[in-house]
Structures are given as structure tokens and as C-alpha cells.
Ligand binder design. Structure first.
Ligand code: BES
Ligand code: MN
Ligand code: ZN
Length: 500
């Protein structure tokens, strides 16, 4: 789908989309159209239940005398409540609506409304972002889809007085949307196509944005002593990898220390010898969503030239049973030197992260570190699919992330860590064990385990098991891979770590 901005002028074909405020109040463009068509807009509303509420749309066949074929009334709701996030939702819902109608081409009037929470340029730019995010499709393996089963909309034109300003605001947002698209593609790929080596290869795309991409193979990981990560991958025919992404957007800053993002990249999680039940196991192809979010976030920062130094680090493994797989009761030596008793091979994400977290804090001395991981089913029990669970050692950092979550709609909610939980993972045989005895506080136990591998760097763990994949369409994301984290981290950096 093509998205463009141009000066206000009713279109010569396709659909003309005009806004209606709550309680059927016409925007100026809607009023002008109503006048021009002898009252078609007001009559259409009067004969239906359309009220101009948020996410309400009404299609009207255009009458004789106008060149375009269709009028779409778009409900804007309470205009003083329509902020940037609302504009994204509106753009997304509009695209979903148009795609169902068979319309190929739409022109949207975006105007200055006196009580509006945002101006028309911001509104148009964010509508365009929402439109692109919702138009996402992963259809590369569908070879027989009929044209009329595909989404119909080919172009969306946003009419705005200050075209230059809308384009300027849209530029960086569109770079972020591209990064979200890339991350969603990674998460959507099947695990026979996307495995540690091929995922590492795909990271090379970021070199085009000036990112340094380092790939460590098993020999190098062994030499470093990454025994926890390697232990998870040893049952797989696919060799493990670790990838480090370095983006230097503020090389002359006084404080050059980077912000670091670490991602769990289990390209398929069978559970290993502690094997999972078969029902729903296919979901474990997206057990690398944390790594995709990290890769996408670094792309977003680099592509929009964010003034920040940032590190992305991902641990890539496939967790398989097999003659060489690790066993429950194995003891592995992690990169930190700490030994880990592996009591459940399905608690593998924390083993991978233990080595990557340690490596990153040791090598880069980041000023803050965040990890993203589809770590526990328990976080879905606690928070469902609305919020990611966060834990960490720094309340202020958690606050910053929470604010970025509210701003982008990628919401997070904090859970506690603490000494009593920490005692639950003391092992009689090694320094730490990878699960606790009881079944309680599963997500916290996961976070508590990771805490043993971060020392005193300010750090937040983000458990995205409930939000990485969506079972239903939302305004800005069709069902499937969400790329949760890309926009969250991008916004976190924009609001807290970028130089003026
Ligand atoms: N990848 C899973 C967690 C998961 C579950 C992600 C559902 C997305 C949806 C993780 O590796 C796992 O298996 N965790 C175990 C931990 C347990 C063995 C302590 C779990 O949640 O059951
Ligand atoms: Mn697992
Ligand atoms: Zn897993």
C-alpha cells in the first residue's frame, strides 16, 4: 500500500474520507461535501445509527455530480481526546475498513479542528503510521490466493495544508514502521526457515543503516565460556549463535556509555528433554520474539539517526530433544563463572539470557540494560495479553519504561523481585538452579534468575510471552506477530537517552 500526503483537494476517483465528530458534528470537509451533494452526508447519518463515535465508519455511494465513487464518513469521537495514539488507531481502523470494501484508492481529509488535541500535520503523520502498521501482511508462502480475497486498498492519500510539515513528522515514524515490519517478518517465519544461523544472517540487513554486526559462532562461544547458552543449543542440529549489534549515534557525547538491549532468540522451543505437550507447540516458533524486538529496535534507532549509542545483543538457539540434548540435572558453567543446575530443560530462555546479559554488561558497561524475552507462560496467567510483565533492580528505570509503554500502547506492568524469591533458586549442587521447587510466581522466579547475571547495572527484564503474538486483530496490528518492544524501546530512547 502506497501512502502519500498532498494539499486539500477532493479526489477525482476512489473513496473520499471525511471526519465526523461525536454526536454527528460535521468537520469542515464533511460540511463542504454535504453542501456540494445536496445533503447526502446528513441524510446518510440520519438513516443509520452512525454517531461519529471513534472507530465508526459509514460508506455512502457518491451521488451524481461528484467525480469520486464513494464517500466514507469516519467517526473521530471526542476530538479533544484524539491524540497521536488515537490517530494511529484511526489510520489503522480506516485501512482495515477500506480493505474489506473492495476500494483500491482512498483520499482522507485531515483538518485543523479548534478543540483538537493535536494539529493536522501530527494527525496525518500518525494516521499514516497506523495505516502502515495495520496493513502488514505475512503472505510470502501463500501461492494461490485469489485477488479478491486479498486486501483491496492500494493507495492512501492524506490531505493536509502543511504537506512539508506532515512529511517531516512522518519520516522518522515511517522508519520505525519499517523496523516493526522487519521484526514482524522475523517472528512470522517458520522455524525450518528461521534458525540461529539464518536469523544471524538476517541481522546483516542492519549494516545498511551503519550498524556494526558481529556474529559469534559456537567455537567462539565455547572459547568465551558461554556454557549456559551452548547447553540449550546442544540438542539441536542447528548450531547456536550470538549476535552483537552496535549503533553509535552519539560518538561525541560526554557520557558515551550505551543503552543496551538483550533479546531471547529461541528459534524453536520444544522444551528439550523436559518436552512440551504437542497441543499449541507450534506457538514456540515465536520464542525468538525478544530477539526480533531488539533487532527491530536497533534498526529503528539507526534508520532514524537517533542521537544515542545503543547495543543490541541476541542469543540464538534451538531447544530440541536428541541424543546430545542436555538433561534435567545437568550442571553447566555460565559465562559469568557461576554454575547452573538445569532442573528443567524447558526453562531455557533464562539460560540463554544469563550468558548474553553477563557478556553485555561486562564488555560494554551500559548505563542501562533491558532484556526482552518470551520467558514464562506464567506472565500470561498474571497479565493476559494486555501488558508485558517487567521486573528489575531500578524503580526509576521501570518508571521510564512504563511511561514509554503508555505513550506507544505497548504497555508494561511491574512485578516485584526480592530476597525471599532469590532463596528459592539456590541449588544444593551448584550456584543456582533454573527453576524453583513450587509452581508459584513463575515469572518472578524467571526474573530473579536473570538478576543473578546482571550485577549492578540498572536493568529491567521485560517478559513478553503474552504480547508477542496476537490472537486477534487490533487497530494497528493484524493478528499474528506484533513486534512488541520495537516501538516501546524506540520511544524509551527518544524520551530519555537522546541528546538534544
Ligand atoms: N518459551 C516458554 C514460555 C512461553 C510460554 C512463551 C507460552 C510463550 C507462550 C519458556 O521457555 C518456557 O517454556 N517456560 C516455562 C518455564 C517453566 C519450565 C519454569 C513455562 O512457562 O512453563
Ligand atoms: Mn521453554
Ligand atoms: Zn522458551
Amino acid at each position: 500500500m502506497k501512502i502519500a500526503f498532498s494539499k486539500p483537494e477532493a479526489p477525482a476517483s476512489g473513496a473520499y474520507v471525511v471526519g465526523i465528530l461525536e454526536d454527528r458534528k460535521l468537520t469542515p470537509a464533511a460540511a463542504a461535501l454535504d453542501k456540494k451533494t445536496g445533503g447526502v452526508v446528513t441524510r446518510a447519518m440520519a438513516t443509520t445509527r452512525f454517531k461519529g463515535k471513534k472507530d465508526e465508519f459509514l460508506d455512502v455511494v457518491a451521488p451524481k455530480g461528484v467525480p469520486f465513487g464513494r464517500i466514507v464518513l469516519a467517526g473521530l469521537g471526542k476530538i479533544d481526546k484524539l491524540d497521536a495514539k488515537g490517530a494511529e488507531a484511526l489510520g489503522g481502523s480506516l485501512v482495515a475498513h477500506l480493505n474489506k470494501t473492495g476500494e483500491t484508492q482512498a483520499t482522507v481529509s485531515v483538518e485543523q479542528i479548534a478543540e483538537g488535541a493535536i494539529g493536522p500535520s501530527v494527525m496525518a503523520a500518525h494516521m499514516a503510521l497506523g495505516a502502515k502498521l495495520r496493513a502488514y501482511r505475512f503472505d510470502k508462502y501463500k501461492t494461490r490466493e485469489k485477488d479478491d480475497a486479498k486486501p483491496s486498498l492500494k493507495s492512501l492519500n492524506l490531505l493536509v495544508t502543511d504537506v512539508a510539515s506532515a512529511r517531516k513528522i512522518h519520516g522518522p515514524l515511517d522508519r520505525v514502521a519499517d523496523a516493526v515490519t522487519f521484526a514482524r517478518d522475523l517472528v512470522s517465519e517458520p522455524p525450518n526457515v528461521l534458525y540461529p544461523e539464518s536469523l544471524a544472517e538476517r541481522c546483516k540487513r542492519l549494516t545498511a543503516f551503519g550498524v556494526k554486526v558481529e556474529i559469534f559462532d559456537e567455537k567462539q562461544l565455547e572459547k568465551m565460556g558461554a556454557g549456559a547458552l551452548l547447553g540449550v543449543g546442544q540438542g539441536s542440529a542447528r548450531p547456536s549463535r550470538m549476535v552483537i549489534l552496535q549503533y553509535q549515534g552519539a560518538p561525541k557525547a560526554k557520557d558515551k556509555r550505551p543503552v543496551a538491549f538483550v533479546g531471547k532468540g529461541v528459534t524453536f522451543d520444544t522444551g528439550g528433554i523436559s518436552i512440551k505437550p504437542s497441543a499449541g507447540m507450534e506457538d514456540m516458533k515465536w520464542d525468538m520474539a525478544g530477539s526480533a524486538a531488539v533487532i527491530g529496535a536497533i534498526e529503528a534507532l539507526a534508520a532514524r539517526h537517533a542521537k544515542v549509542n545503543a547495543i543490541g545483543a541476541v542469543g540464538l538457539v534451538e531447544n530440541m530433544p536428541g541424543h546430545n540434548a542436555q538433561r534435567p540435572s545437568d550442571i553447566v558453567r555460565s559465562l559469568s563463572g557461576k554454575t547452573i543446575e538445569v532442573l528443567n530443560t524447558d526453562a531455557e530462555g533464562r539460560l540463554v539470557l544469563a550468558d548474553v546479559l553477563w557478556y553485555v554488561q561486562d564488555r560494554f558497561k551500559p548505563k542501562a540494560m533491558f532484556d526482552l524475552a518470551t520467558l514464562t507462560g506464567a506472565v500470561i496467567v498474571a497479565l493476559g495479553h494486555e501488558y508485558a510483565g517487567i521486573m528489575g533492580n531500578d524503580a526509576a528505570l521501570a518508571e521510564k519504561l512504563t511511561a514509554a509503554g503508555e505513550a506507544t500502547g505497548e504497555k508494561v506492568w511491574r512485578l516485584p523481585l526480592g530476597e525471599a524469591y532469590d532463596r528459592d533458586i539456590d541449588s544444593p549442587a551448584a550456584d543456582v538452579k533454573n527453576i524453583a521447587a513450587g509452581r508459584g510466581a513463575g515469572s518472578i522466579i524467571g526474573g530473579q534468575f536473570l538478576a543473578r547475571f546482571v550485577n549492578d547495572v540498572p536493568w529491567v527484564h521485560i517478559d513478553i510471552a503474552g504480547v508477542a503474538w496476537s490472537g486477534k486483530d487490533t487497530a494497528t496490528c493484524p493478528k499474528g506477530a506484533t513486534a512488541f518492544g520495537v516501538r516501546l524501546l524506540d520511544r524509551l530512547v527518544a524520551d530519555n537517552y537522546e541528546e538534544a
